[in-house]
Design a protein around this ligand. Structure first.
Ligand SMILES: Cc1cc2nc3c(=O)[nH]c(=O)nc-3n(C[C@H](O)[C@H](O)[C@H](O)COP(=O)(O)OP(=O)(O)OC[C@H]3O[C@@H](n4cnc5c(N)ncnc54)[C@H](O)[C@@H]3O)c2cc1C
Length: 382
């Protein structure tokens, strides 16, 4: 179905970044997956292209276009070419909004130019070894001492944690037994601060071009000047930004599903069994017809949500619905497509095997499918 989300400016941007991905990402992507990261220079080159700072105001070196659709285009153009940009999606869609919305003037001057240039890499650390879904249960603590906070605790599963120059850490600055959500604060920890250390890079099933790490904080003195927003207000900030995070994941799910469908169509046309192309079997046609229909349903949902988000009224329940549907759909699509590759579908040299592995986590991070169902059911008054 025809999409009505993008303007001519977005389409020009699509051409620009699509060309970049074809020339500068596709040829190197396998080696980046082996290395477990996208090289820093790639972020800087995307910064030079103006692809990272579209949402950053011009006075801080950005493009001054607070329009989420540029990020959508970037993600779609990578997915279309069967690659991704590692931690960039997290940096751009999930972390940058915290800096744009909650940084004060001095912090904006300090950090926004580097974020737009792709020279400052970031991570956001919410999850702890003992608590993930239950964010209000986090225990990493920050105790005020003069003009610093003394930070202690551990975080895990942190995307980009190994290479980040700045980590937004969600820490507990107060405890209120009557309100577990109160008392959480965002602190920006910088590379090299004494007491901040990174654990091992975690070996994952998929998403291999982005590092995932454990982080440790032992009496790290974080200046009060590195606090983002108000003390104790972090739970509200997280709640405000999670719809975009969830929509971003859903957009990736649909874009990668479309790419998997195209790769499968190409494969079944040239692969022969019993002397005839696999594409000629009725089962193949029916499977791919069903897959294509599911993807169209996901795309329609995502496009509607993008427009609502750009207007500023995507509700958290609707963002949860979109992520729930699209990520579950992605798992079904990857499974059905992989089946049509036969044994080759299980071999990592084939992108479908990698896409199948990459897909699995989308039902877990950014809110598990079960947690999303609790949010949706609350909106139903249950
Ligand atoms: C590759 C990867 C990258 C990640 N990147 C980041 C990152 O950059 N920053 C960050 O902070 N975190 C990150 N995470 C963490 C991720 O957000 C959490 O793993 C996720 O929120 C789930 O938390 P958990 O792992 O503690 O699972 P748990 O909360 O322990 O859940 C275990 C199971 O219990 C279920 N469950 C939990 N609560 C309920 C409930 N109320 N009702 C029904 N079922 C429930 C869950 O759905 C799940 O099936 C990442 C994780 C992965 C795997």
């Amino acid at each position: 179905m025809r999409r009505d989300v993008f303007t001519d400016d977005h389409e020009a941007f699509r051409e620009l970044v699509g060309d970049f991905v074809t020339k500068e990402v596709v040829p190197h992507f396998s080696s980046w997956e082996e290395a477990g990261q996208v090289p820093r220079e790639v972020f800087a080159r995307l910064g030079d292209l103006g692809a990272l700072g579209t949402a950053i105001p011009e006075e801080y070196g950005g493009g001054g276009q607070a329009d989420y659709r540029y990020n959508v285009v970037l993600q779609e153009e990578a997915a279309r070419r069967l690659v991704n940009l590692g931690t960039l999606r997290t940096q751009l869609d999930i972390i940058l909004p915290y800096f744009l919305e909650y940084a004060n003037e001095e912090q904006r001057r300090r950090w926004l130019p580097g974020l737009g240039a792709g020279t400052l890499l970031t991570a956001i650390a919410m999850t702890e070894p003992d608590t993930g879904s239950d964010l209000a249960g986090m225990r990493t603590s920050a105790v005020r001492d003069g003009d610093t906070y003394v930070l202690n605790g551990a975080k895990t599963f942190i995307t980009g944690g190994i290479h980040a120059d700045l980590v937004i850490v969600v820490a507990r600055t107060a405890t209120d037994p009557a309100n577990r959500r109160a008392g959480l604060t965002l602190l920006v920890v910088e590379d090299g601060m004494p007491g901040f250390s990174r654990g091992k890079k975690l070996e994952k099933l998929g998403q291999r071009a982005q590092d995932t790490a454990e982080l440790h904080f032992s009496d790290v003195r974080v200046p009060v000047a590195n606090r983002l927003g108000d003390e104790g207000a972090a739970f509200g900030y997280l709640g405000h930004n999670l719809p975009q995070e969830r929509l971003t994941i859903a957009i990736g799910s649909v874009a990668q599903s479309s790419a998997a469908l195209q790769a499968t169509i190409d494969y079944v046309k040239q692969r022969k069994a019993f002397g005839t192309p696999v594409a000629s079997f009725q089962n193949t046609k029916f499977e791919l017809a069903a897959v294509s229909t599911e993807i169209e349903a996901g795309q329609a949902m995502v496009d509607r949500a993008i427009l609502e988000h750009v207007r500023g009224d995507l509700s958290s329940a609707d963002a949860a619905r979109v992520k729930l549907f699209c990520t579950e759909m992605q798992s079904r699509v990857m499974d059905r497509c992989l089946q049509l590759f036969g044994g080759y579908g299980y071999i990592l040299e084939y992108p479908i095997a990698r896409m199948y592995a990459d897909a699995r986590v989308t039902r877990i991070y950014g809110g598990t499918s079960e947690v999303l169902k609790t949010i949706i059911s609350k909106s139903l008054g249950l």
